[in-house]
Design a protein around this ligand. Structure first.
Ligand SMILES: [Zn+2]
Length: 187
């Protein structure tokens, strides 16, 4: 069995037979990517992302790969602010296409979309493959924009604002005055 490649390799290390690759993205490395996604609240990586898949070199010197990633991220529900953990997992196919123009006379091969199940296309320089960048982007795309309790299989939640006692949201020094106002106002 062939030793798996890491996340960074050269096109020449691939042949026309599929070769496995594997790697991890540390929670620390992901932290910066995903921190700003939800405004002030943010996502936070709870685990490293585990990446694995298989890649081969097409006759047109493109990289065709199927890749799988899995990780857990934490977030605060956009509605009720409860802390939740979300498991993110995805398996997809990608084609890495040379950015540089084709040399003249070389025939362009059109990949069959049916065969590849409509893979996502990424660019590369034709020689160096860096799957770390690809997966970092894919992980960001896989995260819901406004995650709520429902995204992790919990029942629909209410906004905290609607449930909260109005006295909790104001400066506590005003509380006695508000209590007095309540007593004075006709009910
Ligand atoms: Zn919630």
């Amino acid at each position: 069995m062939m030793k798996p490649l890491g996340l960074k390799f050269r096109l020449d290390e691939l042949s026309h037979a599929a070769r496995p690759f594997e790697g991890t993205l540390s929670a620390a490395a992901l932290k910066a990517d995903i921190a700003g996604l939800l405004g002030g609240l943010g996502y936070y990586a709870e685990t490293d992302a585990i990446l694995e898949g298989e890649a081969y070199r097409s006759a047109n010197r493109e990289v065709v790969l199927s890749g799988h990633f899995a990780l857990s991220v934490g977030f605060q529900c956009a509605r009720c602010l409860t802390r939740r953990a979300l498991r993110v997992e995805e398996e997809k196919r990608y084609v890495l296409i040379r950015r540089a123009p084709q040399p003249e006379g070389e025939e362009e091969i059109v990949l069959s979309e049916a065969l590849l199940n409509e893979p996502d296309e990424y660019d590369f320089d034709g020689e160096h493959v860096d799957l770390e960048g690809l997966f970092r982007e894919e992980i960001i795309l896989a995260l819901p924009m406004n995650p709520t309790c429902e995204d992790v299989g919990e029942p629909p939640c209410q906004t905290r604002r609607a449930e909260a006692d109005p006295l909790e949201e104001i400066d506590p020094r005003w509380a006695p005055l508000l209590e007095m106002k309540k007593k004075l106002s006709p009910s």
